[in-house]
Design a binder for this molecule. Structure first.
Ligand SMILES: [Zn+2]
Length: 454
């Protein structure tokens, strides 16, 4: 047998085991797992040197084409950001004010033309006409995740086009999702009326600190919204993903996962695990749902271990300073940089501090997401037949994050200055080495748009 690439000396991490082996890769797929010492003819051999090798990460949540660049531009630049952190599959939220049928073909082409990694799309539903076209998006384009927003109403409607929906509209989206095999609803859960009430004194005082943004969006309002959507999912009998859950205390009930015919999965983001609301970052810390207290951050780590949280998504918004804005109450919400931060945050703040083990890291960053979105074991595993998407981890590599390291279009980030201990050494996507020794080395785009089947 000959291979295109042979990764020897690997300690392949699976949710239930760590296996020493060599991985033979041909035409973008793992074709053999060899016992230690066995070898194969290959055009290139990489020695992992006994380091951990993980399935390439799936970033279940980011926003492309809604800030400084076009969707095409973001596919190119932010896939470079992704591979910097071992991410080999991106699941961006796509958005249009019109019909998705008209824009999805161009978006699919942009992935192949510019991206270094494979992509699956979530469609953001903000309008009645878009609710109607949901079954068509599944059957013609393989889009099977549909996102709605409870917040972003009134003065918070975003220039990106993100706009909240009423309960009856969201319920109608759920009914459409129920008609489609393998489909899932995603809902941004915050009680907008409670936010509007609580914001008033903070706006009147013209507070500009991060805590003001957070305290005006109360924890109970986020938890109430989550419970309401769980009830809707149960009533309709669908699968629901609660995205970007930053509430560590009071969210334990989500561990239950199943309510009648409804099933619920939970996502959190690296910024909720690293940043608290009371370390003031001004407008840079403005994100929805907001950053929470130190107590919530600490508890959220427990939620990673106890099974409350299933997947990690970055909610990366590739904003520039000009796009973000400077006034707390009118600036765009969203954390800049993230896809590349998932792995370093889990390794540095999780593994090194004894909060979670490497096998749980694999579950949270790839295996669970691949299962949730119907991509397993093509993604989220390093079995024979899986896509050759993997990351060799250097647990000793220390990186002080700066803009150059991030390989993103962003010109500021709350992660600047944070010191990571543990970083991707080598990222391989579709059998090609795309990131190595601190540099993006991909020669050309190789990403594919993945249409999800039922
Ligand atoms: Zn988001």
């Amino acid at each position: 047998m000959t291979a295109d690439l042979f990764v020897k000396g690997a300690r392949v991490v699976k949710p239930d085991a760590v296996v020493e082996c060599g991985l033979a890769i041909r035409e973008g797929v793992i074709v053999a797992a060899l016992a230690p010492g066995e070898t194969v003819d290959a055009r290139r051999t990489i020695d992992a040197g006994g380091r951990y090798v993980l399935p390439g990460l799936l970033d279940t949540h980011l926003h492309l084409g809604t800030a400084a660049q076009s969707f095409d531009g973001d596919c190119a630049s932010e896939s470079r950001h992704a591979v910097t952190g071992g991410v080999t599959t991106l699941l961006p939220f796509v958005i249009t004010r019109g019909s998705y049928v008209e824009v999805l073909p161009e978006m699919q082409k942009a992935v192949a033309a510019g991206s270094l990694v494979d992509m699956v799309f979530h469609a953001i539903i903000t309008r009645e006409a878009q609710i109607e076209e949901i079954p068509r998006l599944a059957h013609e384009f393989g889009v099977r995740s549909f996102t709605t927003f409870m917040a972003y109403k009134g003065r918070e409607i975003s220039p990106s086009g993100i706009q909240g929906m009423s309960d009856d509209q969201i319920f109608s989206v759920f009914r459409q999702v129920a008609k489609i095999l393998g489909a899932i609803a995603i809902v941004h859960c915050e009680n907008m009326e409670m936010i509007e009430l609580h914001q008033q004194p903070f706006i009147a005082a013209n507070r500009q600190d991060t805590a003001a943004w957070s305290d005006a969006r109360p924890v109970f309002g986020e938890l109430e919204a989550i419970r309401r959507m769980v009830a809707f999912a149960e009533a309709v009998g669908i699968e629901l993903l609660i995205p970007h859950m930053g509430v560590g205390l009071g969210s334990e009930f989500l561990r239950q996962k199943a309510w009648g015919r409804g099933r619920v999965a939970t996502e959190t983001c690296p910024h909720y695990l690293l940043f608290d609301k009371d370390t003031d970052r001004g407008v840079m810390g403005k994100v929805n749902p907001p950053l929470r207290s130190v107590e919530h951050v600490e508890a959220l780590w427990q939620r990673l271990v106890d099974g409350t949280v299933d997947v990690l998504g970055s909610d990366h918004c590739p904003f520039t300073k000009a796009v973000k804005g400077t006034d707390l109450w009118s600036a765009r919400a969203g954390i800049t940089a993230g896809s590349a931060m998932i792995l370093p945050v889990l390794l540095t703040e999780g593994m090194r501090r004894g909060r979670l083990g490497i096998q749980r890291v694999v579950e949270l960053t790839s295996a669970n997401a691949a299962r949730l979105f119907g991509l397993y074991p093509r993604k989220g595993a390093l079995e024979v037949g899986s896509d050759a998407d993997l990351v060799i981890v250097d647990l000793d590599r220390e990186v002080k994050v700066d803009l150059r390291t991030l390989n993103s279009v962003v010109d500021f980030s709350p992660y600047e200055g944070w010191v990571a201990r543990g970083w991707a050494d080598t990222t391989i996507a579709g059998g090609q080495v795309v990131y190595e020794k601190g540099e993006v080395v991909a020669e050309r785009p190789r990403g594919r748009y993945l249409a999800r089947g039922g």
